[in-house]
Design a protein around this ligand. Structure first.
Ligand code: ADP
Length: 175
């Protein structure tokens, strides 16, 4: 059974097969973790995102979906881009946040990644409170791992700040 782990740190420095990007639907870069990934990974990631826009998702990637690109110069091999819900745009954003995690792991398995690191999707500019997001994210990953039995080794949540780190620790401890 794959392990779920919680770390505090910088997603762009993780030695895992795939890191998940909290992207926006344009896939053309942004602030927060998205900006950090493009800065550290170099122009190959943006070039791959542009190709996806001109082929599979001309209108942009819908909320809750995920796509994989090269990770460029990052230690990881793939970046999996997913679009989290803007907290205030939905009566119940939880199913969309859940979908981001499930779809990202589905894509990870598709490309052959066995270790995957997630940031706190939607918990920055998109305004999702960490105490609400953490249990949704952890449950989504646990359920997806049960379904994808044997195809993943580790899913690592990498939280940048103390508050999100505490929230994810608590969510994992309660399971
Ligand atoms: P969103 O638009 O989905 O809210 P953000 O990038 O604004 O995405 O924020 C998502 C989370 O990522 C926030 O908790 C933010 O503190 C965190 N974050 C920002 N930079 C990094 C990084 N280099 N590594 C890990 N987490 C990061």
């Amino acid at each position: 059974m794959a392990e779920i782990t919680v770390h505090q740190g910088d997603l762009t420095r993780q030695r895992v097969d795939a890191v998940v990007n909290a992207a926006n639907s344009s896939l053309l870069g942004g602030g927060g973790v998205d900006g950090a990934i493009h800065r550290a990974g170099g122009p190959a990631i943006l070039a791959a995102c542009r190709r996806i826009r001109s082929t599979d998702w001309p209108e942009g990637l819908p909320t809750g979906r995920a796509v994989a690109t090269t990770a460029g110069d990052l230690p990881a091999r793939w970046v999996i881009h997913t679009v989290g819900p803007v907290y205030d745009h939905h009566d119940d954003p939880a199913p969309l946040l859940r979908s981001c995690h499930v779809e990202s792991l589905r894509v990870a398995v598709e490309v052959g990644a066995r270790t995957v690191a997630f940031p706190a999707i939607s918990c920055g500019v998109y305004g999702y409170p960490v105490d609400e997001a953490a249990p949704v994210a952890v449950a989504a990953v646990a359920d997806a791992l049960a379904e994808l039995a044997g195809r993943l080794d580790e899913v690592r949540f990498v939280l940048f700040d103390d508050a999100s780190h505490r929230a994810w620790r608590a969510a994992l401890d309660r399971r």
